[in-house]
Design a protein around this ligand. Structure first.
Ligand code: AMP
Ligand code: MG
Length: 338
């Protein structure tokens, strides 16, 4: 049922980078958190956790990073032997359980969003990339028939496209799902509470140092400050935005998130932050919400169990799902209400 809330009057200024950040202070001193960083999946990764008694924090973190690296080798399109590269080249490939899970989740989010999310957008993205290199807006209309999540089938351990020329791009959910799987790895090593953060897509689990939860700051997409602070555990959280990545052609910016139905996205929101049961789902839903726009996105979030979201529309108006403010860190409300 449609339960659209009024736009919230939090407005934003200036420019800033990044989207979500782990906030650790004061109470964290009593329960020290071990933090480790590495560059993986083409972005900054951070693993933070409460150290289990007797464990070597460096080894625990290394095992988490190794899991992310293993998934990167399965999914990266920069790696010619990854399962997705092989699938894209041959039109069919044997896929591991992790890749099957990636494709299953992608299909589920596509069905939930009426195709706003579509892992088969790669031919369109390639056209935009080529257009950027050539300095001309690409003629992408002829490619639209190649973009259709229903044309990607998984049977047994084989994935295949139903049409020649179709290709998959994991960019909108791979980081989130990798955060979930790395968090599972940490748990298997006895870690009771932690955060795996891959470029701002985060899996948050167990009792954190702030009264049993973790504090996650959401940066303003156009400002130095925070839009607010989430207070979470056992959730995934991810942000998609218009400000970090885009195609630039003849001095104009074009969104790196495309609408699979038209091949472009004229006016993406400044940012979308989604909290979901897992980081893979949060990541994919944030990208889908950017395609859907603020009002349809909030309607979608309100209809999904365990999902909340916040959209900063192109003009700076903030829209939130019905339960989003209840995720605010104490004291008080999520963002200033006039
Ligand atoms: P994110 O930063 O998670 O929003 O992911 C953005 C990336 O997802 C883009 O750089 C593309 O690689 C890919 N992408 C773009 N549009 C879509 C879409 N409509 N559905 C799925 N993936 C997309
Ligand atoms: Mg995403």
């Amino acid at each position: 049922m449609f339960r659209f809330r009024r736009p919230l009057p939090a407005l934003l200024a200036l420019a800033c980078l990044g989207a979500l950040l782990v906030l650790l202070h004061r109470s964290a001193v009593r329960a020290p958190v071990s933090r480790h960083g590495r560059l993986l999946m083409g972005t900054a990764c951070e693993i933070s956790f409460l150290v289990p008694p007797g464990a070597d924090p460096g080894r625990v973190a290394a095992a988490g990073f190794a899991e992310i690296e293993r998934l990167e080798n399965l999914w990266s399109l920069h790696c010619p032997d990854s399962e997705l590269s092989l699938l894209n080249r041959a039109g069919r490939a044997a896929v591991s359980p992790e890749t099957r899970e990636l494709l299953r989740l992608a299909g589920e989010i596509s069905r939930l969003t009426g195709g706003a999310f579509d892992i088969t957008v790669k031919p369109l993205l390639d056209a935009w990339r080529a257009g950027e290199a050539a300095g001309t807006v690409p003629d992408h209309a002829p490619l639209l028939p190649l973009v259709d999540y229903r044309g990607l089938a998984v049977e047994g351990d084989e994935a295949r496209f139903r049409q020649e020329g179709m290709q998959a791009d994991p960019g909108a959910l791979g980081k989130g799902l990798a955060a979930d799987l790395a968090a599972e790895k940490l748990r298997s090593l006895g870690v009771k509470a932690g955060i795996v953060n891959i470029g701002g897509d985060m899996a948050v689990f167990g009792p954190g140092p702030h009264r049993g939860r973790w504090r996650i700051g959401i940066r303003c997409p156009r400002g130095d400050g925070l839009l607010g602070t989430l207070w979470l555990t056992d959730r995934g959280v991810a942000t998609s935005g218009d400000y970090r990545r885009y195609f630039e052609i003849a001095g104009r910016r074009y969104s790196h998130i495309v609408d699979p139905r038209s091949g472009r996205l004229a006016e993406p929101p400044q940012s979308v932050t989604v909290v979901a049961p897992g980081a893979g789902a949060a990541d994919a839903l944030a990208t889908a919400a950017a395609v859907l726009g603020a009002e349809a996105a909030v309607e979608l979030f309100d209809g999904l169990e365990g999902v909340e979201g916040l959209v900063v529309a192109p003009g700076g108006t903030v829209f939130a799902s019905a339960g989003f403010e209840a995720l605010a860190a104490p004291p008080g409300r999520f963002f200033p209400l006039e």
